[in-house]
Design a binder for this molecule. Structure first.
Ligand code: MG
Length: 238
């Protein structure tokens, strides 16, 4: 079985800045920070790493209690922020997910810096939640390579469960994994788990920045997913 792992922001959807709005409103309400510094990059990073950097920059101690406070406030505000910003599902995403589902791929998962419930809010809002049965999330690690390792471990767990049920076998050996993302961090974390890296310049990075990271496949967006589907077929045959 082959695991296909999707990033969310800038890859599946553009939330129109809803995540950043919910961050800003939470920092204002919980920590009295009226305006968030623009110096902390969001793209391709985990919620925890972003929140910790912002706390340090604004003189808030990034200890566990403040993280829990941020997390609760953010999750409370995110659904309303998603409604207030006009985001969208990115080109080709729905058709690709439907094609993968029709082909019966059992290991379609997420690899995202979003905390699990935040990811769920975003995917529910855009009607994509049903396509994903597992994932690695920002809860697993502040570091994207740690999240990638968690996503791969989850893929293995789901694959084992599937084989146990269908064939009575204990362990399913994965034939590989693919990571699809919009930033250099996505390419790097794909490398860290030995996965095939697909990059799309639909979010946090330009085509040139992504090309410099040398992904295995660089697409304009997911509306021409033929090379990606060909690679999945090739990997499943080998
Ligand atoms: Mg992204």
């Amino acid at each position: 079985m082959y695991a296909i792992l999707f990033d969310i922001d800038g890859t599946l959807v553009s939330t129109g800045g809803a995540g950043q709005l919910a961050f800003a409103e939470t920092f204002a309400a919980e920590f009295g920070v009226d305006e968030l510094s623009g110096k902390v990059p969001f793209a391709g990073r985990s919620d925890r790493a972003i929140a910790s950097d912002l706390m340090r920059l604004h003189g808030v101690d990034p200890h566990d209690e403040n993280w829990r406070r941020f997390r609760a406030g953010y999750l409370e505000r995110l659904p309303s922020a998603l409604k207030r910003k006009s985001g969208r599902v990115l080109p080709g995403v729905v058709a690709l997910l439907e094609e993968l589902a029709a082909a019966g791929h059992p290991l379609i998962g997420l690899l995202t810096g979003n905390i699990r419930e935040g990811a769920d809010h975003k995917l529910q809002h855009y009607g994509l939640a049903e396509h994903f049965s597992f994932g690695g999330f920002g809860d697993a690690s502040p570091d994207r390579n740690g999240i990638a390792a968690a996503a791969l471990a989850e893929a293995q767990r789901v694959a084992n469960a599937e084989w146990q049920e269908s064939r009575g076998l204990e362990v399913c050996e994965l034939s590989g994994a693919m990571v699809i993302g919009d930033t250099v961090h996505d390419v790097t974390c794909a490398r860290s788990i030995g996965a095939f890296a697909v990059a799309v310049p639909t979010g946090g990075a330009t085509r040139e920045e992504l090309a410099a990271a040398k992904p295995d496949l660089l697409l304009e967006d997911l509306s021409d997913a033929r090379p990606l589907l060909a690679e999945i077929e090739r990997a499943m045959r080998s």
